[in-house]
Ligand binder design. Structure first.
Ligand SMILES: [Zn+2]
Length: 142
């Protein structure tokens, strides 16, 4: 896929607004050990532009599973729902931490669809979060 390069100053602006953490799983860049990726909220393949209002940070796992989607199925209702939009929606209104922060629970249809689609509780991530909890690094306070 041809991608418009993201100007470094725009990347910094998006990263600062996103507090240098993934908009979906809230993993901070400094814990992830790898740079966060720029997520096009409306995917480029669906006409999304490389402009600030359409960009947010995502970890490589969330970005990979989000791919070029904007919707996913709520596993409880079976309805297609929009994926959570970290720029315009508030994380705490759609998700909460469970198991002391090791797991993310969707508390709305959007939250549930996003947890399922982006696999926010894949075993490797849940396991890593358990170590981060022990270290006192996780879950984020807000
Ligand atoms: Zn993530």
């Amino acid at each position: 896929m041809n991608r418009v390069p993201i100007p470094p100053e725009l990347r910094i602006k998006v990263a600062e607004t996103a507090q240098y953490r993934c908009g979906y799983c809230l993993t901070p860049e400094w814990i992830a050990g790898t740079p966060m990726e720029i997520d096009h909220l409306i995917p480029v393949s669906l006409g999304g532009q490389t402009e600030e209002n359409n960009l947010w940070l995502a970890c490589s796992l969330c970005n990979k599973h989000k791919a070029n989607r904007m919707t996913a199925v709520d596993p409880i209702t079976g309805q297609h729902m929009p994926l959570f939009n970290p720029r315009w929606q508030i994380w705490q209104e759609h998700f909460q931490w469970a198991a002391k922060g090791a797991q993310i629970i969707g508390i709305t249809p959007i939250g549930r669809a996003t947890v399922a689609a982006l696999r926010l509780n894949q075993p490797s991530l849940v396991n890593a979060r358990r170590y981060w909890i022990q270290a006192g690094w996780h879950p984020p306070l807000r």
